[in-house]
Write a protein that binds this ligand. Structure first.
Ligand code: PEP
Ligand code: MN
Length: 355
């Protein structure tokens, strides 16, 4: 492992780094005359798990960066030669060459409408249905979702179409109830760093769709995923959904550079959400294509036939036709990128799928 220290660190701060290094079983060695580059040679064993070594150094005030940590890999890291992780949820699969589409309304509202949307996106090639029972809204006065009562509507949509369900959980106390219905748990942007929620979701055993926080760095995003992995759940899909920018032409800025970087850094699958990035329906297709070109293993979008009727995110909802066009376009692009788009099974028998 290699550390870069801050130039103005005090001798006490530097000594603290050396003490931690020795306690973790390394032999530290200063490499340069300025005394800022420290090589840590593997030495004796330590009781601290190897994956925790890097963050022990990051916590030190004298450490500016951990430059290289290949000798203490974290669970999310893509080490040389390691296969990509493939996350499977019923008919859907993400990563290791598999590409899936997820679609549905922002929130669960009318149960019949939900089934209509599920049927339409299923016919167009979606393999998971999205829709929030619990909605994390910026204003406490906005529609907060129908809560637990909406879970039955999601279950009914699965019965009707065979599509697996991905839905957000906001409160650790709801994880059990949501996991009974959901095939995949969504942890939203506003909750990305909630380690209590991450831990509860991990322990539920359901695959987790982890959305990047509105201003989270790549490292923070990966550490949130690390929290799920460290709690024994290997089925994590990362979702880039746009970060805060200075312009309001789009709601957020889809960070395609982050998609490409994540594909280098981690073996976990990465998907893009162009709906929350664009905030407007007419830009969803080009952003979806940009995400796929950058390496995404799937796309998640919001779809609704009557955007004027909905209580959240109507402006970014795709019509049924627009979703069908997007599905055709991104599947073709994914194939060009060497991926295999997963299609819904032709014969739908809800009992055979998912559970
Ligand atoms: C959503 O998927 O409906 C949602 C609220 O997303 P985000 O957490 O990315 O804002
Ligand atoms: Mn939404």
């Amino acid at each position: 492992m290699l550390l870069r220290l801050r130039k103005n660190s005090s001798p006490t701060e530097v000594e603290a780094v050396f003490t931690v290094a020795r306690a973790l079983g390394y032999e530290p060695r200063i490499l340069d005359r300025g005394g800022v580059l420290v090589e840590l040679l593997p030495g004796g064993p330590s009781d601290v798990p190897r994956a925790a070594h890097r963050s022990r150094f990051e916590d030190q005030s004298a450490v500016e960066t951990v430059l290289e940590s290949s000798d203490a890999p974290e669970l999310h890291e893509r080490e040389a030669g390691r296969e990509e992780t493939r996350v499977e949820i019923g008919a859907a699969a993400f990563g290791a060459g598999a590409f899936s589409l997820v679609a549905g309304p922002c929130a669960v509202e009318d149960p019949d409408r939900l089934i209509e949307i599920a049927r339409s996106v299923h016919a167009a090639g979606a393999v998971l249905l999205r829709g929030g029972a619990f909605k994390p809204r910026t204003s406490p006065w906005s529609f907060q979702g129908q809560g637990r009562s909406a879970l039955a509507a999601l279950a009914a949509a699965r019965e009707a179409t065979g599509l697996g369900i991905v839905t957000e959980v906001l409160d650790p106390r709801d994880v059990e109830a949501v996991a009974e219905v959901a095939d995949m748990l969504q942890i939203g942007s506003r909750s990305m760093s909630n380690t209590v929620l991450l831990t509860e979701c991990a322990r539920s055993g359901r695959p987790v769709l982890l959305k990047r926080g509105l201003a989270a760095t790549g490292r923070e995003f990966l550490l949130a995923a690390e929290c799920v992995l460290a709690n024994g759940n290997e089925n994590v899909v990362l979702c880039e959904r746009g970060i805060r920018g200075f312009d309001n032409v789009t709601r957020n800025v889809l960070d395609v550079g982050m998609v490409a970087w994540l594909k280098l850094k981690t073996h976990l699958p990465v998907v893009v959400d162009p709906s929350h990035a664009a905030g407007r329906a007419d830009l969803v297709l080009p952003l979806a294509k940009a995400g796929v070109a950058a390496g995404a293993d799937g796309v998640i979008v919001e779809v609704h036939p009557e955007p004027a009727e909905v209580h959240s995110d109507g402006a970014q909802a795709l019509s049924f036709d627009a979703f069908a066009e997007l599905a055709r376009g991104v599947r073709r692009l994914a194939q060009l990128e060497g991926k295999t788009p997963v299609l819904p099974p032709e014969r739908i028998d809800a009992k055979e799928v998912m559970r």
